[in-house]
Design a protein around this ligand. Structure first.
Ligand SMILES: NC(=O)c1ccc[n+]([C@@H]2O[C@H](COP(=O)([O-])OP(=O)(O)OC[C@H]3O[C@@H](n4cnc5c(N)ncnc54)[C@H](O)[C@@H]3O)[C@@H](O)[C@H]2O)c1
Ligand SMILES: O=C(O)C(=O)C[C@@H](O)[C@H](O)[C@H](O)COP(=O)(O)O
Ligand SMILES: [Zn+2]
Length: 366
């Protein structure tokens, strides 16, 4: 007789600004939850998945077809290559040809890049249809699939086109992490560590206690780390869906990170860029006299301990600075950064002196 799976952890994201609340489930063997989230008013379901998860996508599609839905699978390129207007247009065409209506549902199964596109296609098709996120990476579970930020990149930068369109539910099946390549797994740790610095320092303690174990899904703290980071994200987005204020803290490290990703033509993983971006933000906080030395140094130590980068090519600064000017937190010509006033005390630093930025950059320049 097989042992039943333990009850999944349920973390609720409150509805706000006219949107419905939804649950993030963390556990194993969760796909049985999918039909309830899709609902019976849907006739058609489109399963968007990356190339790497072709068989998972097909299993899901077949399962939904067996339950009476007219289910199609739409295969997207892996990773960041999916976050383009061309790929979104390809999806719109498939939905159009299937006769997808307002009561039909999109399921995004894959990493953060896939769920960003799936959510964006759901937000834009017929001005908004229901969608369900099935994240299969650490980063997708703890960050991308939760909170309703959906979008694609343009030639000018990262996530420049998108919409706030929360999912109807998020299913985080921890078993999916077992097939994830280690560099993708570790990339997701950057967003977990971000949650540690901005809100929940127990995360940092857990990782520092055994950084090698934190690098694998078999580690004893995996479920706790994932759940703690989701709770941070859920709490923040519950109060500020459209990033009118507090949600900006989730962008810790991202101002520089997005510039690095663009500069590297998206060949760097998002989490790797966020790791360097957080060290930069910590140094900026220290130079501005706001962050103590111990907390600033702790960034480098914990990120390096799990194998994330903490430096970037020193000769690229003018280009990075130029890209940072179109960051979504910028207001007019005023650059704005999330810094820490101490551990778990995120705050905004507006219009830092260019000399300060240069000095912080010197600390991460390879
Ligand atoms: N919307 C948000 O709030 C938000 C938050 C954080 C990050 N993001 C975005 O998320 C993206 C990064 O997401 P990511 O780190 O999940 O990377 P990703 O989506 O690029 O996936 C990484 C690679 O792993 C493959 N993959 C996915 N799941 C797998 C599995 N279980 N087994 C084997 N291979 C698998 C993918 O096909 C891809 O090749 C970035 O575009 C970033 O901007 C969005
Ligand atoms: O959810 C948020 O808000 C975040 O900022 C989370 C980030 O980790 C994520 O990378 C997000 O996509 C960045 O958003 P952007 O608005 O700076 O493009
Ligand atoms: Zn991020």
């Amino acid at each position: 007789m097989s042992t039943p799976e333990p009850t999944p952890t349920r973390i609720t994201v409150a509805g706000s600004e006219g949107t419905d609340p939804y649950d993030v489930l963390v556990g194993r063997a969760l796909l049985g939850e999918l039909p309830a989230l899709i609902g019976r008013s849907a006739k058609r379901v489109a399963v968007l998945h990356p190339e790497a998860l072709a068989s998972t996508g097909e299993v899901l599609r077949q399962d939904l077809a067996d339950q009476g839905y007219e289910a199609i699978a739409i295969q997207l390129p892996n990773g960041e290559e999916a976050k383009t207007a061309e790929v979104a247009a390809y999806c719109w065409k498939a939905l159009g040809q299937t006769g997808f209506t307002r009561t039909d549902v999109i399921v995004g199964v894959g990493g953060g890049a896939t769920t960003d596109v799936a959510g964006f296609v759901a937000a834009s098709w017929l001005r908004g249809v229901r969608w369900v996120a099935v994240p299969t990476t650490v980063l997708g579970m703890v960050d991308a699939a939760v909170g309703g930020k959906t979008g694609i990149n343009t030639a000018e930068g990262k996530n420049l086109v998108g919409a706030f369109h929360p999912p109807a539910g998020v299913l985080c099946d921890l078993a999916a992490l077992e097939s994830l390549p280690v560099h993708d797994y570790v990339s997701g740790l950057a967003e977990i560590i971000k949650a540690g610095f901005i809100a929940d320092p127990v995360i940092l303690d857990l990782i520092e206690a055994d950084p090698q174990a934190a690098r694998t899904p078999a580690g004893p703290a995996t479920a706790e780390l994932v759940e703690r980071a989701i709770r941070v994200k859920a709490e923040v987005v519950s109060g500020d869906l459209k990033e009118s204020g507090r949600r900006e803290i989730l962008n810790y490290g991202h101002t520089l990170a997005h510039a690095i990703e663009k500069n590297e033509r998206y060949n760097w993983r998002h989490g790797a860029a966020v790791a360097v971006g957080m060290v930069f933000a910590a140094e900026l906080g220290r130079i501005a006299g706001r962050l103590d030395d111990a907390t600033a140094d702790r960034h480098r130590a914990v990120l390096e301990a799990v194998g994330l980068p903490v430096t970037y090519r020193g000769d690229q600064w003018p280009k990075l600075l130029q890209t940072m000017r179109v960051d979504k937190k910028t207001r007019g010509d005023l650059l704005r950064f999330i810094v820490l006033d101490g551990l778990a005390k995120p705050a905004v630093l507006e219009g830092p002196d260019p000399a300060m930025l240069l000095a912080a950059h010197a600390e991460i320049a390879a």
